[in-house]
Write a protein of this length. Structure first.
Length: 243
């Protein structure tokens, strides 16, 4: 799905075990494995990597208990298997309350030709705080994807319905407008990179949805700054700029 789960799981295990990433094999979506959470809700990296770290630490502890001089020289000859336990866990105490949401800020510049109501985004900068960044390449791709979706939401994407029949007038990709490469500027993404160990031992938080959050507002504010027109409904189409 493009969540980057295979990459961050492999990197987490490799770092914890002191092995090269290419020595790690990640298996997901196999029916022999216990049920897992869905790929959504900005929870894949935040929930999976701490579990992987914990499992790797237990492997190291087991190796040390066996007095292995080279803990992983014969790792293939033994292993540890964990099965899902069918019982509920109850809270014994409550700790301090923390806000665990990822957050960020978007900045954009737009160019508007007011005579023909042509709007172009000329620059985009996003700064995100998602805790520790396991893989900057995949995290950057997540944020850029969210920004592109937000640009479509802000400027193009809209579904119209026939008032007489109730059927959608926009019913395929030929009539539904969304951004292409020519509509997207270079998207510069930066991360604060501060681990949030109050959330989990890895210090990571999710970044699946935060990329799109605030994109349309940033564009609307840039349009207002450029034209003096405060548009409060999306998408910001040429007819609204001409009013």
């Amino acid at each position: 799905m493009g969540t980057g789960a295979y990459t961050v799981i492999a990197m987490t295990a490799a770092e914890a075990l002191g092995l090269p990433v290419e020595k790690i094999t990640v298996k997901l979506g196999d029916s022999i494995l216990p049920d897992g959470g869905m790929a959504g809700g900005s929870q894949m990296t935040a929930s999976l990597t701490p579990a992987v770290l914990n499992a790797c630490q237990k492997v190291l502890e087991t190796a040390q208990a066996k007095n292995a001089q080279e803990a992983f020289a014969k790792l293939r000859d033994w292993g540890v298997k964990s099965m899902k336990q069918q019982h509920l866990l109850h809270l014994e105490k409550r700790g301090k309350k923390f806000a665990f949401n990822s957050w960020g800020a978007h900045f954009c510049e737009v160019m508007v030709d007011e005579e023909i109501a042509r709007l172009r985004i000329t620059r985009w900068v996003s700064v995100m705080n998602i805790g520790r960044v396991i893989n900057s390449k995949t995290a950057t791709s997540q944020i850029r994807g969210g920004v592109i979706m937000g640009i479509g939401h802000a400027l193009m994407e809209e579904c119209h319905f026939d008032p007489n029949t109730g059927y959608p007038v926009v019913y395929d990709l030929a009539t539904y407008h969304f951004p292409n490469h020519a509509d997207i500027p270079h998207i510069e993404v930066s991360f604060v990179g501060e681990p949030d160990t109050n959330f989990n031992p890895m210090g990571v938080r999710g970044c699946g949805e935060i990329g799109i959050t605030g994109v349309s507002a940033a564009i609307a504010n840039a349009v207002y700054h450029a034209t003096g027109k405060r548009i409060r409904s999306l998408p910001i189409t040429p007819d609204k700029l001409l009013i």
